[in-house]
Design a protein around this ligand. Structure first.
Ligand SMILES: Cc1cc2nc3c(=O)[nH]c(=O)nc-3n(C[C@H](O)[C@H](O)[C@H](O)COP(=O)(O)O)c2cc1C
Length: 591
């Protein structure tokens, strides 16, 4: 079956019903100038959810803690995007530790006026961190003699063993994949975001999940590994594998919802001619753990507030069926350079001379959201073009030939960018469009304001699908549509991520709705790191006024919908905050 033409309605419900419910949710959770999406309207601090889940009673394996200096010992950041440039690390406890440091770990603690909060490699709306991570791996020295399921606990950088599997069961599950592969599961605890944001929280959980897909893919890249979504697997399959359907283990705790499942391919795992993008449903069903361990911790002292709209959209957008999809590998191996040339990916796609520049580990560990921009810093146009090139998926190539990290999402890209250029040296300020799928040009031209120019900006790489729509100072407009947040106007540029909404949902079904947010989150994650590499800083913006932004673009109806905003510029640091190390030395470590 073609990668992007899966259809998977909830059993017993018609496709049109679930689509209707998803559309209804999307409409009712729009922010309007005079009415925000429904939330409690106040913060119930007494019921604030704990951002760190633990499974009490499960055996714990410590991942070796890496110091900042050790985390920085990594390939140059630019090499993550150069096919074949990073030598593959062998799978070991040490490399897994580095992988989780880069993907989901704490990167610093912040302190102010008696409060302390942590920052992680993966950003999160409101720093609430709904995403939980799991590892499903074969036997590994230092971990366990059997294949097992582990929960990653970022507070202490440890793996909690949730289940032991037999070698036969795991072998059957992984049949069709190269030897030595492992799986990473991502789930969401909706309550963590809903506690603060109410009904719109479901969107934020999936943005965050998209960011985490990005951190996982780029962490793999820093180790010379590949990763791809096992996109065909049903939600029930993911639930079962991760133990999320074990009601007894969640009896006293807030629910965790299935998200993404990724296949990670370390060194020496040359792929077969076709790589499955699903786990066999029967093998998942038959996988009976030898033993389960632990119970999920409760996160809030009181019962969570129930947001019926979230429960409903979560039900409607469940992926009910496993689809047997696969992808061509063209005999690729992790060490084989992929074709780097692409007309839409000028400098970013070229693997010429060896990269210099900052190490990947430093860029990943230093990533932060800017709290404010200085209103002065500009970026040179060539740098701006490179940043935009890094979000080009080059989807006319086979999946595994696409540039990192776009080889992780097995679908036709659905997100284009409407960019407010404020301060880019060599580029007139104004509104621009970046078409991540250049074939959408005519449809977008027809759907947007007739007065838009659609002209090629001077200095852009030849054939690069960036268009100038309207010159002018749009700083205040950008602020206004981003809930009045100054970061959208005081940086070098900000943008809205515009989804090909109706077409994507009609092509695949309601279950594709969260995936649109995953793609937007992944675009955001690439831009976060690009901003750091450019000596600037960025911030994801989940709070924006949906329809007013559509009006800026002239969009009517729901064919195209704005899903996420993003801003980049020169940060203003908050001198009142104290920064503390991510992990204090472990007792007895001698450090
Ligand atoms: C999906 C998403 C939406 C966000 N929305 C906003 C926003 O509207 N305004 C804002 O100032 N920051 C926003 N942020 C930034 C978060 O507050 C920030 O990621 C979080 O506090 C963690 O800090 P860190 O990114 O420095 O690790 C958003 C981040 C994400 C991932």
């Amino acid at each position: 079956m073609a990668e992007s033409r899966l259809a998977s309605a909830t059993p017993g419900s018609r496709l049109s019903d679930t689509l209707h419910e998803v559309r209804q949710y999307h409409e009712r959770t729009k922010h309007h100038f005079h009415r925000y999406a429904r939330s409690l309207g106040f913060m119930n601090w007494a019921n604030e959810p704990n951002p760190f889940r633990r499974y009490a009673g499960s055996p714990v394996a410590e991942l070796p803690l890496l110091s900042s200096a050790e985390l920085f010992e990594s390939p140059p950041y630019d090499d993550l995007y150069r096919p074949g440039a990073v030598h593959s690390a062998p799978a070991s406890l040490a490399s897994l530790s580095r992988f989780f440091h880069y993907a989901l770990a704490i990167t610093a603690w912040k302190e102010h006026a008696g409060s302390r909060w942590s920052l992680r490699s993966n950003p999160s709306s409101g720093d609430l961190h709904p995403t939980e991570g799991y590892l499903l791996a074969g036997p590994l020295p230092g971990l366990h003699r059997n294949p097992a399921l582990y929960h990653y606990a970022p507070r202490d950088h440890v793996l909690e063993r949730r289940a032991d599997w037999s070698a036969e069961g795991f072998g059957e599950l992984m049949r069709g994949f190269p030897a030595g592969c492992f799986l990473v599961g991502l789930s969401s605890i909706f309550w963590r975001e809903a506690w603060k944001y109410g009904e719109r929280a479901y969107r934020y959980c999936h943005h965050d999940l998209g960011h985490a897909i990005g951190t996982v893919r780029l962490a793999a890249a820093a180790l010379g590994w590949r990763a791809v979504l096992l996109h065909g697997t049903s939600d029930a399959g993911i639930e079962r594998l991760l133990g999320l359907d074990r009601t007894g283990d969640f009896e006293e705790s807030e629910a965790e919802h299935p998200g993404a499942l990724l296949l990670v391919r370390p060194s020496g795992t040359a792929a077969p001619a076709r790589l499955p993008l699903f786990l066999d449903a029967d093998a998942v069903e038959r996988l009976r753990p030898l033993r389960w361990h632990g119970r999920a911790s409760r996160l809030s002292p009181e019962e969570p507030v129930i947001w019926e709209a979230i429960d409903q959209v979560a039900r409607a957008s469940r992926k009910a069926r496993t689809d047997s999809v696969d992808t061509l590998t063209a005999g690729d191996s992790p060490d084989k350079p992929r074709d780097p040339s692409h007309p839409g990916a000028g400098v970013a796609g070229r693997a010429a001379e060896p990269s210099s520049g900052p190490p990947a580990g430093r860029i990943i560990a230093q990533r932060r959201s800017a709290l404010a921009f200085d209103g002065r810093t500009s970026l040179p146009a060539p740098r701006f073009f490179t940043m935009l090139e890094r979000v080009m998926p080059c989807a006319d190539r086979p999946l595994l030939e696409r540039p990192t990290p776009w080889d992780v999402l097995p679908w036709e890209p659905a997100i284009d960018l409407a960019v407010f250029v404020h301060r880019i040296d060599g580029l007139p300020p104004g509104l621009y469009a970046l078409l991540r799928e250049p074939g959408r040009l005519q449809r977008l031209k027809r759907a947007t304001r007739p007065e838009f120019l659609w002209s090629a900006p001077s200095g852009a790489p030849p054939g690069f699908p960036l268009y100038q729509l309207q010159p002018g100072d749009l700083r205040q407009v950008a602020i206004d549509v981003s809930c009045g947040q100054e970061i959208a106007g005081l940086g070098a540029f900000s943008l809205g991520m515009i989804a090909d909404f109706d077409a994507a949902l009609e092509r695949s079904g309601a279950w594709f709705y969260p995936r649109l947010f995953w793609e937007a989150g992944l675009v955001g994650q690439v831009l976060y790191l690009e901003a750091e590499a450019a000596g600037a800083r960025a911030t994801g913006i989940g709070c924006f006024f949906d329809d007013p932004m559509h009006e800026v673009l002239g969009l009517e109806g729901t064919a195209f919908q704005d899903l996420y905003h993003f801003a980049t510029g020169g940060p203003v640091e908050d001198a009142r905050l104290t920064t503390l190390p991510a992990y204090p030395p472990r007792p007895g470590s001698g450090a």
